[in-house]
Design a protein around this ligand. Structure first.
Ligand code: HEC
Ligand code: HEC
Length: 401
């Protein structure tokens, strides 16, 4: 072709001139920007919501029969309060609130800024930039299966008693979202038109209140359950769908007592099928230790900062291993970039300290004996806990995109 026709030139020109405005932003996105460079935007576009509400009420029904039966025997684990059952309208409002940057003082951060669906609601960072780009002290946690943490507490140091209390804490946090008060948030959201029908559908009238914000966010979060992994799919066939290496990885988690902390106790032994729900060992030290030996003397005292008890110094909420392949970097401070590095820690990095879990205490200093093949088999197994359905489900996605 020796020359371009006039029409193709015009087409090219149009293509290039459209390019920069292809994806108009809903609001300023401060990732990587300096402090306060962009003015707050008070009226971002309304969220895109489906004409027929997504089904949030029945998300738990997608569980494999094995998990249903397990949870039927552990009703203590479902922390849904009688006063706040999930409704489709309530969780829909919760989804909008979760992703709305108007929830932060300068309209730069939503819950979703640090909790990304494609990373099982973590963000890939050791510490996350808040509304003015100061970093959080700890690693952003998964917001998955929160419904099944029993009457247990939220956050690495377990300082929030339940989800209803937890959900408003990031909004007021002076690093995360920085709203001066919940009253200020009520006033702000009351002035945003798209909230009126959403509050009305969820609560019967348009009035925006802080308790309603917390209830709706909690409903949305409780609807985010993850039981569709390859592992879950194999539960019906005694893991007939797993490779020999993957099955060996599970065996190693059991014979090395990893499952005693990272799953429930009743199904943690070799030959059983663990739930991989944090059910019995939550991170609270019940007299047998509960940390995993990251430090001889922890700088961050974790739960101990809240309880001030010697037994809780350097202990942390035990993270679930479900979807762990998506949630790097690892530990409360994101110190390990990869699962390989985590395996090295358990293999020969464990430090003795008074609150080290006995499962690991027996081998303090020497570490959990694992060969190179053992480590790669454990990682192969951990990858079977990834739930592709969870990370692509439109009902959990950002409605402002
Ligand atoms: C700036 C980043 C950031 C923002 C914004 C943010 N979070 Fe988080 N989230 C974190 C970090 C960091 C932690 C761990 C904090 C800790 O343990 O001290 C966390 C922990 C949590 C937990 C505890 C999970 C568990 O297993 O205990 C929940 C639930 C949660 N966030 C929900 C939310 C909600 C709801 C919002 C919005 C109202 C929100 N987050 C906004 C970073 C963020
Ligand atoms: C005594 C209880 C205990 C035992 C036993 C235990 N862990 Fe952990 N594990 C923890 C705690 C607590 C954390 C979080 C520690 C922190 O952040 O300070 C953790 C973190 C992890 C993480 C990172 C998860 C994340 O999201 O950051 C992985 C992966 C892991 N453990 C795998 C294992 C494996 C594999 C074994 C067996 C070799 C094992 N664990 C044994 C308590 C335990």
């Amino acid at each position: 072709m020796r020359y371009l026709s006039l029409s193709s030139l015009i087409l090219l020109f149009l293509l290039f001139s459209c390019k920069k405005d292809d994806h108009p932003r809903q609001g300023p996105d401060h990732e990587g920007n300096g402090q306060g460079q962009e003015p707050p935007v008070n009226t971002p576009g309304a969220p895109n919501l489906p004409a027929t509400l997504y089904d949030y009420v029945n998300t738990v029904n997608n569980m494999p029969p094995y998990m249903k039966a397990f949870l039927a025997g552990r009703t203590d684990l479902d922390n849904t309060p009688t006063g706040n059952p999930i409704t489709n309208a309530g969780a829909t409002l919760g989804r909008v609130l979760f992703y709305d940057k108007n929830m932060s003082v300068n309209n730069t951060r939503s819950c979703g800024s640090c909790h990304h669906q494609d990373k099982a609601f973590t963000d890939g960072l050791a510490h996350s930039p808040g509304f003015d780009n100061q970093l959080t002290r700890r690693n952003a946690m998964m917001v998955v299966n929160q419904r099944f943490f029993g009457a247990k507490t939220m956050f690495w140091d377990m300082r929030a008693a339940n989800l209803e209390t937890q959900t408003t804490m990031p909004i007021l946090d002076h690093i995360e979202m920085g709203m001066p008060s919940l009253a200020a948030l009520e006033t702000k959201l009351s002035g945003i038109a798209y909230y009126k029908p959403l509050f009305k559908a969820a609560f019967g009238d348009e009035i925006v209140t802080a308790p309603r914000i917390s209830l709706a966010l909690s409903q949305f979060i409780r609807s985010i359950v993850s039981f569709q992994s390859k592992y879950d799919q194999g539960l019906a066939s005694n893991l007939g769908n797993l490779s020999a290496d993957e099955k060996n990885g599970l065996r190693l988690l059991q014979v090395n007592f990893c499952t005693e902390c990272h799953s429930d106790l009743a199904t943690s032994q070799y030959g059983q099928l663990p739930s991989f729900l944090i059910a019995d060992n939550t991170g609270l030290n019940t007299g047998i230790g509960s940390n995993n030996g990251l430090e001889a003397d922890y700088t961050d005292k974790g739960i101990g900062e809240i309880t001030h008890k010697p037994a809780d110094q350097g202990t942390f909420k035990i993270p679930s291993l479900r979807n762990v392949a998506l949630t790097a970097p690892y530990m409360h401070d994101g110190r390990f970039a990869t699962l390989e590095a985590v395996m090295e820690h358990y293999n020969h990095g464990i430090k003795g300290n008074p609150n080290l879990g006995i499962q690991l205490g027996a081998v303090a200093g020497s570490g959990v004996p694992l060969t190179t093949k053992d480590k790669s088999d454990i990682i192969a197994f951990l990858k079977t806990l990834t739930d592709e359905q969870l990370i692509s489900d439109p009902k959990y996605a950002d409605p402002f995109k």
